[in-house]
Design a protein around this ligand. Structure first.
Ligand code: XMP
Length: 319
């Protein structure tokens, strides 16, 4: 793609100009955006870049291993793996307000990045895979007075209290353009096509108080749901699909016993940029089969519902 190749060359020059001889740390979330940003910056400044992957304890099943292996084995990029599950879950204990959760998570990420920036001998820059829609949606809605819909952790309120200068090479791009840039940079097709995954991770798919127990149930159910989607060849038709664990238990019956377990909601949408979205029209057969698998295979869930809300009026994530 000629346009992307020209954009890539321009960005490489711009990154070199912005950072000079300085060191950069880049937060990797496991998503496409931060991965593309990291690889682009690595092409521009090589070893001046160190990537930081923060395991928040709220990642999907297998995510940490996948990201670590991609960056360590396929690319020769400096990578620090921070195991911060206890720190995050401790700070989130008893918190159920969505914005408060996002603020705590965003603040903790910054604390960790600042710590790691010092540990590598003083990085001056923090790179992030912020996209154009992240910028718009965090700032205002409908171009009117500023109303924050959600504080995206990679945008909202960071600069004021941070020692690090931001490097955000994807700030003007939409998702499909980031994917094209990823291909241009040689990122594997499977990775380029990955569904978006939000920085706050499973925290925003766990309405109410986040507990290790509910996160484990969510992780297992989400993995089965995605396995079903892949098995049915639907992954690439869907913008994003995930499970949400509700803070509600309902009564059910299994064998000849009563159950009292959590409700799980399934979400899947089509979209081109994440700013508007339609719910995905699965067949009833697919939904039934998936619900049965989740209830049979995951302890702690006895009811599955499907979210048929488009955006607007719903947002894609539940928080
Ligand atoms: P919403 O829920 O606002 O989501 O309709 C739109 C898209 O953005 C993703 N999202 C985030 N991504 N940090 C991110 O990097 C965040 O804080 C964040 N919140 C939502 C969401 O997964 C969807 O793709």
């Amino acid at each position: 793609d000629w346009t992307m190749s020209a954009f890539k060359d321009e960005m490489i020059v711009a990154i070199q100009k912005q950072v000079g001889e300085g060191k950069v740390i880049c937060g990797l979330s496991g998503g496409v955006d931060s991965s593309v940003a990291a690889i682009l910056i690595h092409e521009a400044i090589g070893d001046q870049l160190t990537c930081v992957y923060v395991d928040t304890g709220m990642m999907r099943k297998g995510e940490s291993e996948q990201v670590t292996s991609l960056f360590r084995d396929h690319y020769d990029i400096n990578l620090i793996h921070v195991d911060a599950g206890e720190e995050f879950l401790g700070l989130l204990e008893g918190v159920s307000d969505p914005e408060q959760k996002r603020k705590i998570i965003g603040g903790t990420f910054i604390d960790i990045f600042e710590r790691e920036a010092k540990s590598i001998g003083g990085a001056k820059f923090l790179a992030q895979g912020t996209l154009y829609p992240d910028v718009i949606e965090s700032v205002s809605f409908d171009g009117g007075p500023s109303v924050t819909i959600k504080s995206h952790h990679n945008v909202g309120g960071l600069p004021e209290r941070m020692d690090l200068e931001l490097v955000e090479p994807l700030r003007e791009l939409f998702k499909d353009e980031v994917r094209a840039l990823g291909r241009e940079l040689g990122l594997h097709a499977d990775f380029v096509e990955r569904h978006p995954f939000p920085g706050p991770g499973l925290a925003i798919r766990c309405p109410g108080e986040i507990t290790a127990e509910r996160l484990n149930i969510l992780r297992d159910a989400d993995a089965i749901y995605l396995d079903q989607i892949r098995k049915h060849g639907l992954y690439n038709d869907i913008w994003q699909a995930f499970a949400v664990i509700l803070p509600v238990k309902t009564v059910g019956v299994m064998g000849d016993g009563r159950t009292y377990d959590y409700v799980l909601a399934l979400r899947a949408v089509t979209s081109t940029d994440g700013m508007t979205a339609d719910y995905y029209p699965y067949t009833h057969e697919f939904l039934g089969e998936t619900a049965t698998r989740i209830i049979n295979e995951v302890r702690g869930v006895n009811r599955v519902v499907y979210d048929v809300t488009s955006k607007p009026p719903g947002t894609i994530e539940w928080e």
